[in-house]
Design a protein around this ligand. Structure first.
Ligand code: AMP
Length: 358
């Protein structure tokens, strides 16, 4: 393993000697900016190809360059990080997709939030169990291709951000498209695919933060994703769509802010609270910190949920300076990254780190 150390210019001593650390991707800028605003030192693990990007940001105190994020698993390297920086690792989507779950659970660096629940996010059947326990209305799962009757969405297991998802309407269209994935070497067999009824509606992602210290749930922001090519197809006239072989796909390119009708907020909080109590029942210690419930509102303004994320989501990057919802709760700009740092600071001051780290 090669770990070379590069320090940025901005490394005066901060108010708090504990480092907030994350991997250079996904929402790392927002997380470290928030940590710096709360007086923490900040540490970024990054790959060589991204170094020139991250060196631009003076709120990053230390940059450590690894050939590959998997090198974080080296025991000596972890010990060195713990000895020198006493870090708290903030998990995000890139950490989950680059480090196998068994290894992540064994990491010696304290992780913010519940590291055990990350497995429930990645495994579709555990995920469904937690969603059922939370009484989140979900689209029906189709267990056999013979039962496909009407519009369904087909997902690859563990696909990052909807990449490779496709739509089918019957067994024949499922077989045609899955055969292509087998031929392209993307899957070994169609049994690896997960089929779900397509929930027609407008997509909405609800960004929550749960504080176990205050026993309080906060809604801090709402967004929708901007996805190719599903958000591009509407730019092409229907007649031309019909005569071309356009396939909708769901690769996330960015995020768009949303505010909901105020009358929808009571049910939003209620879903968040049900998720918090289901998580603490099924996966102790539950869900300290950020999480996101993802779904669509249908034409009766009912929410149908297809996913959750049990950690900070990249859609929170919209609200580096706070959101319409965080502004209602705080008089200063509070991003999700900053909210995490506020909770860490409070836990340190009250000697309650055990409530928020695993
Ligand atoms: P996911 O990886 O589950 O977050 O899904 C990625 C994208 O696929 C979402 O942003 C939605 O646009 C779409 N999607 C996933 N599941 C469904 C569903 N059951 N019905 C409609 N759209 C879905």
């Amino acid at each position: 393993m090669t770990a070379s150390y590069i320090e940025t210019e901005n490394n005066q001593n901060s108010a708090n000697s504990r480092y907030i650390m994350t991997l250079g991707s996904h929402c790392s800028l927002q997380v470290l900016k928030g940590a710096k605003d709360e007086g923490f030192e900040t540490l970024l693990i990054c790959e060589e190809k991204r170094l020139s990007l991250y060196k631009r940001f003076k709120f990053i105190d230390k940059l450590i360059v690894l050939d590959n994020f998997q090198n974080l698993l080296d025991g000596d390297f972890q010990k060195k990080l713990v000895d020198e920086y006493n870090p708290i690792l903030i998990p995000h989507g890139t950490l989950i997709s680059s480090i196998p779950m068994d290894d992540l659970e064994k990491i010696k660096i304290p992780i913010f939030g519940n590291k055990w629940i990350l497995r429930w996010e990645s495994d579709r059947s555990l995920k469904q169990r937690l969603m059922n326990e939370s009484l989140l209305p979900a689209p029906q799962q189709i267990l056999s291709k013979n039962d496909i009757d009407g519009l369904c969405i087909v997902k690859l297991h563990g696909a990052a951000g909807g990449k490779g998802y496709f739509l089918v309407t019957d067994k024949k269209s499922f077989e045609e498209q899955s055969q292509k994935l087998v031929e392209d070497g993307i899957i070994d067999s169609e049994n690896q695919l997960f089929i779900q009824k397509y929930a027609n509606g407008v997509p909405v992602y609800l960004q929550f933060f749960y504080s176990p210290i205050e026993n309080e749930l906060e809604l801090l922001g709402i967004d929708r994703r901007y996805e190719t090519d599903i958000d591009a197809i509407g730019r092409i006239p229907a007649k031309i769509q019909m005569s071309s072989d356009l396939q909708p796909s769901y690769t996330v390119i960015g995020n768009i802010p949303i505010v909901l009708r105020e009358s929808l907020l009571p049910e939003v909080y209620s879903m968040g609270e049900r998720f918090v109590s289901a998580a603490s029942k099924l996966v102790p210690p539950g869900i300290p910190g950020p999480f996101c419930i993802e779904g669509v509102y249908d034409n009766n303004a009912n929410f149908i949920s297809f996913e959750f994320s049990a950690r900070i989501v990249a859609g929170t990057n919209l609200y580096v300076s706070g959101s319409p919802y965080s502004d209602l709760l705080y008089n200063t700009p509070v991003s999700m990254g900053r909210r995490i740092a506020m909770e860490v600071k409070k836990a340190i001051n009250l000697s309650k780190l055990g409530l928020i780290l695993t």
